[in-house]
Write a protein that binds this ligand. Sequence first.
Ligand SMILES: [Zn+2]
Length: 341
Amino acid sequence: MIGAGGLGVPVLQYLAGAGIGRLVVIDGDRLEASNLHRQTWFALADCGQPKAQLAAERIRALNPEVRVEAHALRLDAGNAARLLAGCDLIIDCSDNFATQFLLNDLAHELSVPVLLASVHQFEGQLQVVDPARGSACLRCLWPQATRDGVVGNCTEAGVLGPVPGILGSLQALEALKVLLDLPGRLGDEVLLVNLLETGMTRVRAKRAKDCEGGPCGRAAMALNDARQALETMPHGSDGGLELDFDDLAQAIAAGYVVIDIRAPDESAADPLPGFVRCIPMDEMLVGRNLPAEGRYLLVCSRGVRSRSTCEALRERGIHAAHSLRGGVQGRTWPAPRTTYL
Ligand SMILES: [Zn+2]
């Protein structure tokens, strides 16, 4: 799931309700009050929180048997292939062209179907790009990748809440059709929806000749860039993302800078030993500059926020960012000894 916004909310609700096994939710945005009319799963009190995190909490509350992986970061050519590895279906709810074209190309690269949806004012469209089944891809229809800003997205152009809600619901239905191999799924066509006139049309979309047997020509170039970005990442940077320590002082002794990323009121209610630095997650994510060569152990209450923050830091080149497994909730800490300070 790329995007936990207006389109993503209904998709996530229905997939979690259906008891899907594993959901990977990627969204680098934080909830704003202006999102709430179309993202009614969230609450006013949640504003400022990363949407990926909020969605993961809601999914767990709805169906604790679903395994959720939340990534509070923006999908890009450098991290996409790694984040999406092992998924059976990629669902694009980003509502931006750059992401859609990137995912379109990954559908070829990973041989995984991608379910694309977009919304513009009262209209929307839906397309399944499934190269293994010979379907047309986004570049077959639009050889010149559309730049963002040419057509307004929900934030810029404005949209009534139910419009992305309906498109997202259709997307959830199509996702279940693909995953359960039900008949009637979208093939070589695009579903056009006009909600002002309340009509739906399936339009035939023909696959381009140079798309057969691989992505369209332009896609190959973009994939090369993505592959190069992946190759320049240090090997094994995923290893040891989560670490176990019985005593945070041990982490200090082992050379880690320990950072409490909880919100200030949480840290005040459940303080950690004095040698722990407090930098809230918000601040960590919006470009707090940490020396890239440092070793960091991030802690939060349950180890979920610290894990996704570490992932974001690693994207930024801080490769020795680690997360305390399970977080600090319910733990008691020995009094710090001055030797560790
Ligand atoms: Zn194509």
